[in-house]
Design a protein. Sequence first.
Length: 182
Amino acid sequence: MIDPIDGTKNYVRGVPVWATLIGLMDGDQVVMGVVSAPALGRRWWAASDNGAWTGKSLTKATRCRVSDVARIEDASFSYSSLTGWEEKGVLPGFLGLARSVWRTRAYGDFWSHVLVAEGAVDISAEPAVSLWDLAALQIIVEEAGGVFTDLGGDATPDGGSVVCTNARLHQEVLDRLASPET
């Protein structure tokens, strides 16, 4: 599964946060993923049972590990935009989550999810995505110790949405996103 330019709008505008995503699937399971962000000079990669890694090259790699933040009030949350949440009719849950965390940032696209894998961000979510947007990212987040599901809690890159966390916060994040209260 290949996404030649994830972050197309960034790419078109000259924002250096875009990447090529390559996910290798065996049936419906992602077994290997590579994210290459040439404008940032960074790569992330993972394979089943081999951990997640980042760096400029294989010889200068460091292992990715999600954060150990355990309280939603201490969490950093990254997303792409508000409009998708509104279009999907789940803006109240999104806003409720955003109000409950320590910090929000709209890093967006692949960047939000690899930052979860690195432990720099604790939660990332997007309401509308495609398989090619997520296949490479799922295994990187999971091999770094995180949890990667759709909004319904199914661990799939093909659910049309994504929530990824450091694992400790996952169920609470899903519950808050599903809440109709603001």
